[in-house]
Design a protein around this ligand. Structure first.
Ligand code: UT7
Length: 331
């Protein structure tokens, strides 16, 4: 991996953060009423105790709330934004894109809009792309990650349905003379065995093929395969991003990993030789909210006064694809 020129600090600063958790809080005990599971199993295998469901409401409503919170936190109005990027793998529509729905609801009339999808790695991928946009001439980007997984989850499958929650996080980004290094990678999968997926059922709507329209199939996952991939991919990406930034791993002040499973995080962190004290997790309260995990963590840290100027962060994630990557950034 090419090292950066330390003089060339084309980084970003986070000038505001926001997040939104829907009001319905669902505990493991609540899930045990509809599934053959226990709080003990879910907590010891995953570290999750609660998650939030956006039951009956569309994804974009969460994105709008997180966006408004981030704008308020940055002390700017929606009209000050010149680009809205939105990461989601659970959009309400294939089109229009969700960023345009947020634009309409917030009044960000001067913004260009785009959605991106790198599954759970979407925030890392999008942050890298946002940086590119900032250095191509856009001044202020609102980057939101919003995920409504519950409509995709199969509530008859106890191994996957206990993992996921809904939520949204957002950041406002500007150019800054700070170090920023990113490494995005992917390991392609076959369409016959995609490991972690939500698939359109093409056969379900074939009026000339004799089948009546049906619902799309639900989220499917080979949990063990994803687990094995994640515990190798995250350390690999974090090391590569540190190396590219010219920082030793022990110079990183805080790691913010994808909040998929606390055991995945602990194993990855152990293989990096990093102390869990330097790792931020909120999986216990939110579960896995896919690409929204990281900006929600950032907002929690920001509002707790834990993001200090000059800190070095490492954001590291993985997701369906299989995508993975890390960003090392001075804030
Ligand atoms: O953003 C990326 C998202 N994906 C992930 O991060 C998933 C990564 N994988 C994992 O986190 C783990 O593989 C899981 C948490 C999904 C599953 O844990 P596991 O230790 O791999 O369990 P398993 O699938 O091997 O199942 C072990 C046992 C099985 O019972 P038997 O066959 O041994 O009798 C399952 O039926 O646990 C059972 N089981 C459950 N029991 C109670 C599976 N899910 C549950 C459940 N409650 N919710």
């Amino acid at each position: 991996m090419k090292k950066m020129n330390p003089k060339n600090k084309n980084g970003v600063k986070i000038t505001g953060t926001g997040s939104y958790a829907p009001p319905l809080s669902v505990s493991n005990d609540d899930l045990a009423k509809i599934l053959d599971t226990t709080d003990e199993w879910v907590y010891t295998r995953t570290g999750i105790r609660h998650r939030y469901f956006n039951e009956g409401r569309p994804n974009y409503t969460m994105a709008v709330e997180a966006a408004k919170n981030a704008l308020e936190n940055a002390g700017i109005t929606a009209e000050d934004i010149d680009y809205i990027m939105l990461s989601t793998c659970t959009p309400d529509f294939f089109y229009p894109i969700t960023a345009c729905l947020v634009q309409n609801e917030t009044g960000a009339l001067n913004a260009a809009c785009i959605d991106i999808n790198a599954a759970c790695t979407g925030f890392v991928a999008g942050l890298e792309m946002a940086r590119g946009l900032l250095y191509s001439g856009y001044d202020r980007i609102l980057f939101i990650a919003s995920e409504c997984l519950t409509p995709q989850v199969d509530f008859y499958d106890r191994a996957t349905s206990v993992l996921f929650g809904d939520g949204a996080g957002a950041v406002v980004l500007e150019r800054a003379d700070k170090t920023f290094a990113s490494v995005m990678k992917a390991k392609g999968v076959s369409a016959d065995e995609p490991i972690l997926y939500y698939k359109i059922d093409y056969e379900a709507n074939t009026p000339f093929g004799g089948k009546t329209p049906d619902y799309a199939k639900k989220l499917q996952m080979g949990g063990k395969d994803v687990y094995k991939f994640a515990v190798e991919a995250m350390p690999e990406a974090a090391k590569a991003a540190c190396e590219k930034a010219g920082f030793a791993l022990d110079e990183i002040d805080l790691f913010i990993p994808h909040q998929a499973n606390i055991r995945i995080v602990q194993t990855a962190v152990k293989s990096l030789g990093v102390s869990m004290e330097k790792v931020y997790t909120n999986i216990e309260n939110h579960g896995n909210t896919s690409s929204a995990c990281m900006p929600v963590c950032l907002d929690e840290l920001n509002r707790a006064g834990r993001l200090k100027e000059g800190m070095k962060l490492c954001l590291v994630g993985f997701g369906a694809g299989l995508t993975y990557g890390a960003i090392v950034m001075e804030i």
